[in-house]
Design a protein around this ligand. Sequence first.
Ligand code: ZN
Ligand code: MN
Length: 136
Amino acid sequence: MLEITKVLKKNGYKVTPQRLAVFNVLKHNKKHPCVDSIYNELQPKFPTMSLATVYKSLEVFKTLGLVQELNIGEGSFRYDANTKPHPHVICLKCGKVDDIEYIDSLNLTDYAETKTGYKITGQQIYFYGYCPECKN
Ligand code: ZN
Ligand code: MN
């Protein structure tokens, strides 16, 4: 939490309880929430906070490299406080998004650079399928 306060201040952004709360939801949850579920989770504690505030906070965090945005298709975005490149698996039925932790993504980036001659600056890898609850 101190880290985010520092980064916001250093870049001239106000440190507001709402902004910290939005970041906190992402930091303490591996479910890769969308804007709406972040908003819903914060409603009881911040009843006056608008959906626009959640959007704007996420924009700021994205700009500062504090969160990564996952484009899971059909105009659907999820947010992840883990900004290191890592693959995700998405359930086509319930929309759950999980991390795949054991794949060494960095080696894949090296491979992509060697193979293409590009200077790779980022990667997003998605697997699709049905989660353990939905597959039956
Ligand atoms: Zn599912
Ligand atoms: Mn993730």
